[in-house]
Design a protein around this ligand. Structure first.
Ligand SMILES: Cc1cc2nc3c(=O)[nH]c(=O)nc-3n(C[C@H](O)[C@H](O)[C@H](O)COP(=O)(O)OP(=O)(O)OC[C@H]3O[C@@H](n4cnc5c(N)ncnc54)[C@H](O)[C@@H]3O)c2cc1C
Length: 512
């Protein structure tokens, strides 16, 4: 019997897991994907919104502002990237000025600190590459950027370090409220990524967990999970947003996150630096039948780039290293977040309709849910709770002396695997043995940036696969890219990672 089972290890489930680990509770975090942040948390703008946009009085407004205030401390405690770069919502004509004033009023009503309108002179000084048509903008100094994947991973790892069990590859397929309503049975199918089957996978296993509390944090599938428990009160309409991501040589084009005045379709196309030093352009908003459909098409991407040119007229299609899409868990009938326990389902906590600003709001929702649940179950504080988590240093960001020290301790810090992003073997090995282990090419890529650079893993994929195979004791030909079905190699001939090479930037790169 668990106290709490959380379904979904995106930012909302992982943040709940970490908050619940402050208390003496047994908590199980179940995730269908092969890694945390397998859903929307992996693919969004990465903006920690200041909170001027949501309608005052809504859950979105409240949790957005509270979440935005939590991020600086969370980033420091949990060691994930966050920068308070500020955001600008730009008006390109005097006709758009009333919209800025409305946002200013909303921001003030929502309690956003320091929000104000800047006029053209100051605006162009702040952002010299901005279109000359810009007449004014709403400046929100508390706007920020984060790496949503690393934030989610940090929550999940700190939760595990504080006693939460995180089980990946486990899809919840049934939920039953037990007689008397005191507990739930959660049925799931666990399909381990690696096993003894000919393709290197494992047979699916049915599992059943009894728990006093369930948190439905299943993102675009939150309505399906709620239905399994008997709640049919909301329906998710998936809406995809497509992006282009530019090479790091464009990362300094704008300092702030550049929004345009919002329309009925949403916050419009933004142009923003990322915490990884890239520039992100997007998204659009396209209805999708399939909530898992993260495909991109030239039609949408062309429209995104055309819209971005309003902000940045000099932009051509150059510098794009990849494109991707994320899917919003929107509920059209109920545009606010859907939070709380549906009627008749005491102990079943929903996080539904959790579209933007869900990334920002999740930590604040988690604080509230964890306190409510701990209070309900009469749980005391976890005396061993450690709020701090230390990630692995990134070799690319360590100064020369620090690099020498690292290599002195372990020569694999000098074995450069991804040359675009300067990722070493030591970082990859650390990711594979982390509290939430990376077991796929994608999981290594998202944690370490190996494969995220200009060549998009053209060079580093084989050695990364071999390191994963070596560390997990599996055949390199069985290493998955991401999902269970994503075997990447037809066979295997040699072992690149056995080459006795040491690379140290500035002293030649002998790693091929
Ligand atoms: C285009 C776009 C841009 C956005 N930009 C921003 C932004 O800049 N700032 C911001 O604050 N918000 C933004 N958002 C919203 C934000 O990304 C989401 O609110 C947030 O990521 C939702 O997190 P989640 O944990 O609720 O859902 P998810 O991240 O989708 O996590 C749900 C998890 O549940 C798992 N799951 C599903 N079904 C099951 C099952 N049956 N069993 C077990 N596990 C299951 C999934 O695999 C997934 O990992 C954006 C969203 C989109 C799509």
């Amino acid at each position: 019997m668990y106290d709490v089972v959380i379904i979904g290890a995106g930012i909302s489930g992982a943040a709940c897991a970490r908050e619940l680990s402050r208390y003496e509770l047994s908590v199980l975090l179940l995730e269908a994907g092969s890694d945390v942040a397998s859903g929307t948390t992996r693919a969004n703008s990465g903006i920690v919104h200041s909170g001027y946009d949501p309608v005052p009085g809504t859950a979105k407004a409240r949790f957005n502002v509270e979440g935005s205030r939590l991020y600086p401390q969370l980033s420091e405690e949990l060691d994930f990237p966050f920068e308070r770069n500020g955001s600008l919502v730009v008006a390109f004509s005097e006709e758009e000025r009333p919209a800025l004033e409305k946002l200013l009023e909303r921001g003030q009503e929502n309690g956003v600190e320091g929000v104000r309108i800047v006029e053209a002179d100051e605006l162009h000084e702040l952002e010299p590459k901005l279109s000359g048509d810009a007449v004014a903008a709403l400046l929100a100094p508390t706007g920020g950027i984060t790496n949503p994947y690393l934030a989610c991973l940090a929550f999940a790892e700190n939760a595990v370090e504080n006693g939460v069990t995180c089980q990946l590859d486990t899809q919840v397929v049934g939920i039953e409220q037990r007689e008397g309503g005191e507990s739930y049975l959660v049925r799931a199918v666990h399909t381990p990524l690696y096993g003894a089957m000919p393709d290197g996978g494992a047979e699916p296993v049915e599992e059943c967990f009894e728990t006093k509390i369930v948190i439905d944090a299943a993102g675009v599938h939150s309505d399906t999970i709620a239905k399994l428990a008997g709640d049919e009160s909301f329906h998710i309409t998936p809406r995809a947003g497509e992006y282009v991501l530019l090479d790091r040589s464009y990362g300094g084009t704008f300092t702030h996150t550049m929004f345009q005045v919002p329309t009925a379709a949403g916050k419009g196309v933004l142009v923003s630096p990322t915490t990884g030093g890239n520039l992100i352009v997007g998204p659009d908003a396209i209805r999708r039948e399939d909530p898992e459909d993260t495909s991109t098409a030239s039609e949408g991407l062309d429209a995104v780039v055309a819209a971005a040119k309003k902000t940045w007229p000099a932009y051509t299609w150059s510098g794009v290293i990849t494109n991707f899409a994320g899917v919003r868990a929107s509920c059209l009938e109920h545009p606010d977040f859907i939070l709380g326990e549906p009627e008749g389902l005491s102990g079943f906590f929903v996080i539904g309709g959790f579209d933007s600003p869900g990334l920002t709001a999740a930590p604040a929702v988690a604080v509230e849910y964890a306190a409510t649940i701990a209070n309900r179950l009469g749980a005391g504080e976890n005396p061993k709770f450690n709020p701090r988590r230390q990630g692995t240093p990134m070799f690319s960001r360590v100064h020369d002396e620090g690099r020498e020290n690292l290599i002195g301790q372990d020569a694999s810090w000098g074995h450069m695997i991804c040359r675009c992003e300067q990722v070493t073997e030591a970082e990859i090995v650390a990711a594979i043995h982390a509290p939430v282990p990376a077991r796929t090419i994608d999981a290594v890529k998202w944690r370490t940036r190996a494969g995220m650079g200009r060549c998009q893993s053209g060079f580093c994929l084989p050695p990364v696969a071999e390191i994963i195979a070596r560390e997990l004791g599996i055949d390199p030909a069985h290493v998955r890219k991401g999902a269970r079905s994503s075997v990447i190699a037809l066979g295997h001939r040699g072992c690149l990672t056995d080459l006795p090479v040491v690379a140290f930037p500035g002293e030649g790169d002998g790693n091929e």
